[in-house]
Design a protein around this ligand. Structure first.
Ligand code: FAD
Ligand code: SF4
Length: 473
């Protein structure tokens, strides 16, 4: 698999195919072209089995990456899939949307020694697709039913991962979500060009087939109270994410002068899912779009606007490229697709004529020298303000927790509104109530939500079994 020539290793080149930017701009399908079996095996064979699995340590799920890469390279995909499924309830989803450059592939020894990393995410997604296509995905069939029931608030990756593990243990699991579809941000946040919706739906279908109940269109705190859920179930898991958008504070910003990033993305995802067009859904065709922000949500908005046929798309971010929070891979994709980045540009005011927004005034920023061990700060460059014309301004400035949790007087929160839990137990301050995912971590990553959902399920299992033993004693 690796050749040594003249004292140097010669490694198979890294290959990861994606559709051309021109083709990508025409639709909302995933841009990554799935590898053929031969390519996936060859790419898996690039793993040097270095003996120190930095990739595994860099993966929040601690996936046994070297093992399933070796099995894939040896033409044993079914066994590779079995190993991949031991640590993750959704390998094919993480393989698609993890920022691998910052996680497993960033840790890959090849990457660290100047070669390109193994395409770990692509092989993981390929394994999952093979598994679904060939019927290797095991249905959930608990060995024995247990009488206790668990109510899960939120059908995002944290809630789904917990539901999978708890139902597999035989618990009666009901998932409540205020949306009409399960999946959380996997279904209504993350666009189809990163994650096609059928990939999420088949995971939800497997849970339904395994006996998980979904109560959709049900907002906890409005349609049902947390107290009612606690009376209905032995345990409640709060996995409701963070949804309060941070708002731009700038002169000229009226109630309707900007578009919230998540509603913009949700509307496009609903179109992709075939929902009927509704009044108030935003569309960028022929318009000049400015997106404010530099995270993954901002990248998804600029790339959605390109696909909707915007006349121009500009991303305005107050820091420089090296200091942006979004994935570097997504910036490259956006640039290839025609997005213009205004680095070091901080929004200063919204410009408008009457009620119609016409642009954004921005201050040009510069980086200061950093004090030892500290991050470089940014300050405005005097007299260097500039205007960007716009017909639509999208705010993608991040999210905070909604006040739902704040209405529960005995539920302890951190200062930022996230739910306080025991670091290992995932238990909140309310007896029998646990919490996981973004609702605990703040806005984070899907892979962390999956990890926390799985770990919280293990703690809930332990809690319920201990309680049963105590009652029996
Ligand atoms: P969520 O996915 O937010 O799910 C929470 C669920 O709870 C939702 O379905 C919501 O409807 C429901 N809910 C909320 N309140 C209530 C209530 N009161 N009653 C009933 N239901 C309720 N991460 C990555 O790893 N890679 C990416 O590429 C990526 N891209 C992203 C793009 C966007 C636009 C956004 C916003 C986030 C992105 N993330 C990405 C982050 C990732 O989506 C989240 O970290 C992850 O989804 C969190 O999972 P969760 O289950 O905790 O919450
Ligand atoms: Fe890499 Fe994410 Fe898969 Fe872990 S879950 S191996 S970080 S792609």
């Amino acid at each position: 698999k690796t050749l040594k020539q003249g004292g140097t290793f010669v490694v198979e080149p890294r290959r990861l195919s994606k559709a051309s930017a021109e083709l990508r701009a025409r639709g909302f399908g995933e841009i990554t072209i799935p590898p053929s079996t031969e390519t996936a095996e060859k790419q898996a064979s690039r793993c040097t089995d270095c003996g120190v699995p930095f990739c595994q340590n860099a993966c929040p799920l601690q996936n046994n990456i070297p093992d399933w890469l070796r099995l894939s390279a040896e033409n044993e995909p079914r066994e590779a899939w079995r190993v991949a499924s031991l640590t993750s309830t959704m390998p094919e989803i993480c393989g698609r949307i993890c920022p691998q450059d910052r996680l497993c592939e960033g840790g890959c020894t090849l990457n660290q020694s100047g070669w390109d990393a193994v395409t770990i995410g692509s092989v993981e997604a390929w394994l999952g697709d093979q598994a679904f296509a060939n019927g290797w995905v095991e249905p959930i069939r608990p060995a024995a039913e247990r009488g206790e029931s668990v109510g899960i608030v939120g059908a995002g990756p944290a809630g789904l991962a917990a539901a999978d593990r708890l139902r597999s243990e035989g618990y009666q699991v009901t998932v409540y979500d205020r949306h009409d579809r399960a999946g959380g941000l996997l279904i209504y946040g993350i666009p189809g060009f990163k994650l096609e919706k059928h990939v999420v739906q088949r995971r939800v279908d497997r849970l339904i087939d395994g006996g998980v109940q979904f109560v959709l269109g049900c907002e906890v705190g409005k349609d049902v109270t947390l107290l009612e859920l606690r009376e209905r179930h032995d345990v409640v898991l709060l996995a409701m994410g963070v949804y309060q958008p941070r708002i731009l504070s700038a002169p000229g910003r009226g109630p309707d002068s900007t578009v919230a990033a998540l509603s913009y993305l949700t509307h496009q995802n609903r179109r992709d899912l075939g929902d009927a067009e509704q009044d108030g859904w935003h569309e960028a065709r022929g318009k000049r779009v400015v997106v404010i922000g530099g995270g993954d949500t901002a990248m998804d908005c600029v790339r959605t606007a390109i696909r909707q046929g915007a006349a121009s798309v500009t991303c305005l971010y107050r820091r420089d490229r090296e200091n942006m929070p979004g994935s570097a891979r997504e910036v490259v994709n956006a640039e290839e697709e025609g997005v213009v980045f205004e680095w070091l540009g901080a929004p200063k005011a919204l410009l408008s004529q009457g009620d119609t927004v016409t642009g954004v005034r921005a201050a040009r920023m510069q980086l200061t020298e950093a004090a030892p061990g500290e991050r470089r700060d940014i300050v405005p460059v005097p007299g260097a303000d500039f205007d960007i014309p716009a017909d639509i301004v999208i705010e993608a400035l991040g999210f905070s927790p909604e006040p739902f949790a704040a209405h529960e007087p005995d539920l302890r929160l951190r200062d930022d509104g996230t739910i306080k839990v025991g670091s290992v137990s995932f238990a909140t301050s309310l007896p029998g109530v646990f919490a996981a995912g973004d609702a605990v971590r703040g806005a984070s990553l899907v892979v962390w939500a999956v990890r926390e959902g799985q770990d919280a399920a293990a703690e809930i299992d332990r809690y319920l079994k201990t309680r049963t033993e105590e009652v029996a004693a």
